[in-house]
Design a protein around this ligand. Structure first.
Ligand SMILES: Nc1ncnc2c1ncn2[C@@H]1O[C@H](COP(=O)(O)OP(=O)(O)O)[C@@H](O)[C@H]1O
Ligand SMILES: [Mg+2]
Length: 358
């Protein structure tokens, strides 16, 4: 394995910078100043709801579309700006799409070798390296329809990596796979991308996919990046309420902050960062705990969803607020009964209490 990885690992460094990209389709403004900087070898996920402009951003990077304004540079050299539009095939960008787009009449080896220059012997060597990288050695003569969905996706990845692109773009690459397969293919692909050391932008609307795959996640709403950060920061310190609600599940509770504490319907609670005055607390469901003994703050259990490893429980505080709690599957609470509730860790506060319900 080591000699293969030495052959395939990218030795050059490749960076991607998108600055202030704007784009209209007719009267509709689809991108509103997108900034996206990807370091060499970094996997960045572009995460956002359907229609927010993710695919458009990738198409601009690839060169299929031109922005109204803005600049795209690869390795510090401009490929797109007001005066420049480098052709798609000269950008050295690899792409993998949701629908694999393998050539159905070509074998695995011929699919991977399709865009490769050189004589048959050079090609065969490179195809062999890639088959090993994506774990499909021995299947080179198979036709696409003789492969599973996950295997097809790995062939598509091998084909995109074959010409040694500077940047790899993946658009919803796992959405055609059924749920059971998706997690497995996702970790396989992550290992392959890591081994290839390639600079990568992955588009997805699936937050779990983004959190588990990427070094950093750019959350996009309505043609703008709301926040770009690593998974932990995004989850625990979201920049806006909208990010908080999109990345994981969030409860919001109005509170009055005094330094590193705040008074709210759950009593006096700790804050991640000091704040003053009227705030909204963001509380993740797993930060809340129901207690059998009812001696502090009380809540009535309204509903319960059991998942086995854990469960979601809807509660109503005595003060009227509805909250969602996530607890171990073995905790036992009955709908309609009253229990105690407490916050187990510090809350994140948003200034200006305008509670946005989700
Ligand atoms: N070629 C096009 N012509 C007109 N409108 C388009 C075109 N491509 C995308 N759009 C519109 O731009 C918006 C963003 O699309 P897209 O970038 O595909 O979103 P996403 O990939 O985040 O789901 C959508 O409202 C979509 O309908
Ligand atoms: Mg899309």
């Amino acid at each position: 394995m080591t000699d293969i990885s030495a052959m395939l690992t990218q030795t050059a460094t490749h960076t991607l910078e998108c600055s202030r990209l704007t784009k209209h389709y007719g009267a509709q403004q689809v991108l509103r100043g997108v900034d996206l900087h990807v370091r060499s070898g970094q996997i960045v996920a572009l995460l956002g709801p359907s229609g927010c402009g993710k695919t458009t951003t990738l198409r601009l990077i690839a060169g299929f579309e031109e922005p109204d304004r803005g600049r795209i540079a690869i390795d510090g050299r401009v490929v797109t700006d007001a005066k420049t539009a480098i052709a798609v095939e000269q950008r050295q960008i690899g792409m993998v799409f949701q629908e694999y787009a393998l050539f159905p009449h070509l074998s695995v080896a011929d699919n991977i070798g399709f865009g490769l220059p050189g004589n048959a012997r050079d090609k065969a060597g490179r195809i062999g390296e890639l088959l090993a990288l994506v774990g499909l050695a021995g299947l080179e003569k198979r036709m696409p329809h003789e492969l599973s969905g996950g295997q097809q996706q790995r062939v598509a990845l091998a084909r995109a990596l074959a010409p040694q692109p500077r940047v790899l773009l993946l658009d919803e690459p796992f959405s055609n796979l059924d749920t059971a397969l998706r997690a497995q293919v996702r970790s396989e692909v992550k290992a392959i991308l890591r081994q290839a050391g390639i600079t990568c932008v992955l588009v997805t609307h699936d937050q779990e996919e983004a959190l588990s795959l990427a070094d950093e996640i750019a959350v996009m709403f309505d043609g703008q990046i709301a926040q770009m950060a690593d998974a932990q920061t995004l989850y625990h310190k979201p920049a806006t309420r909208q990010v908080a609600a999109f990345v994981g599940e969030a409860n919001f509770l109005p509170a009055m902050a005094h330094g590193d504490q705040a008074a709210c319907a759950l009593g006096t609670v700790g804050l991640h960062e000091a704040a003053t005055g009227s705030v909204d607390l963001m509380i993740r469901p797993e930060q809340l705990q129901l207690l059998p003994e009812v001696n502090g703050v009380r809540a009535v259990v309204r509903w319960q969803e059991f998942y086995g490893h854990d469960q979601r429980i809807g509660i109503a505080l005595e003060s009227g607020e509805a909250l969602t709690v996530r607890m171990d599957g073995d905790a036992h609470f009955v709908v309609g009964e009253t229990s105690g509730v407490k916050l187990r860790s510090a809350a994140h506060a948003f200034a200006g209490a305008t509670v946005q319900t989700t």
